[in-house]
Write a protein that binds this ligand. Sequence first.
Ligand SMILES: Cc1ncc(COP(=O)(O)O)c(C=O)c1O
Ligand SMILES: N[C@@H](CCOP(=O)(O)O)C(=O)O
Length: 429
Amino acid sequence: MKLYNLKNHNETVNFAKAVKLGLGQQQGLFFPVKLPTITPIQLSEILKLDFITRSTEILSKFICNEISKDKLYKHVKKAFSFKHPLQVPITKNIHCFELFHGPTLAFKDFGARFMAQMIFSLNTKNESVTILTATSGDTGAAVAHAFYKMKNVRVIILYPKGKISELQEKLFCTLGKNIKTISINGSFDDCQKLVKEAFNDKKLKESIGLNSANSINISRLLAQICYYFEAFSLISEQQRNNLVVAVPCGNFGNLTAGLLAKSMGLPIKSFIACTNANDTVPRFLQNGKWYPKKTVSTISNAMDISQPNNWTRIEELFYRNKWNLKELRFGSVSDDITQETLKELFQLGYVSEPHAAIAYRLLQNQLKKDEFGLFLGTAHPAKFKNTVEKILNNNISLPDELKNRINLPLLSYNINPDFNKLKEFLVEN
Ligand SMILES: Cc1ncc(COP(=O)(O)O)c(C=O)c1O
Ligand SMILES: N[C@@H](CCOP(=O)(O)O)C(=O)O
């Protein structure tokens, strides 16, 4: 697979190089030169396959000329070796597609674990690698657990101090060994800016073998395509004919993956890009002006992102497919409405959490009479226990993944959002 740098189309790389580099020159994201497609007959065949075999087929459309299908199958099997996504009916025409049954209870497990497989298999010279990653709560845990104790790999995770849940922090800041975590006195956007600045420092990048496990890395994104096909395989023929998928969005990697699935030929009628009050994209889609405001803290903290990294990839995908951005449905939801929606879902017998609740709200508001809606359950409610229990006045029991870490000490360092401070840390630790 060849990819080009969205900021410099003359910079082209193959999949292995893109995975190893992470970012291109001038902090440009890599994007496939060819967008693979499948015919309706091929689609009906792969929908009959099991999740691992089907995911291998899908990923091989992108990378088969670099990784054999047999080898890819082994990597996918290892990466997706946890309870598969579940489809949960909420109302007659709305179901939740739960993606949070992995080791860190969030959808990020799919992409992070696949990337870890790729980094491991591509590092044939046993070079030292530093995976620098910014998180607003879930990527950090997924990446930390995916790369934990991996030879020659050091993971450094930056997260906004006091802006992720206590249990999100416990899940990845208590591991130690090759996982180092730094709380930043700022926002997620400040963390992501520091990650991108590190890529600008050529000497530093080469000396520490810098990479990133954010959706910056194409391997993260490709893996996330697979669960959209799984969702489609689980619904009926009739539901498939008018499917609308509501995606809770922050960095917009999840939506990018869904659109890549549609671009391949998965006949999803429409997507809804759902944000919280950090609504740069909904405002842009409304008035055509790209104007990120100061990031505000909300109860859907993992979506507290005003400068979404993947928006340029989404625009490129619309351009390449000659789609009209007006086809993309969108909306933003305030904390008050998110809280009301959590209560509404609870009354329907479903305990959710703020991120998925935002997607459900917008799906409820925008679904048309003959349409069937899926909203993505992107994290286990227990990760936001304090918030959800307070809103629902209902106890949430902790899964073992959290129970086993809640009493462990936090090992994080703390710095200001200052690149020189981060560079000092990267060089000295
Ligand atoms: C629980 C949860 N939901 C939704 C999102 C948004 O996903 P994306 O960043 O891919 O848009 C994130 C992370 O960003 C998340 O952690
Ligand atoms: N919400 C994310 C933010 C980073 O997203 P990514 O897909 O670019 O890793 C998180 O949980 O950290």
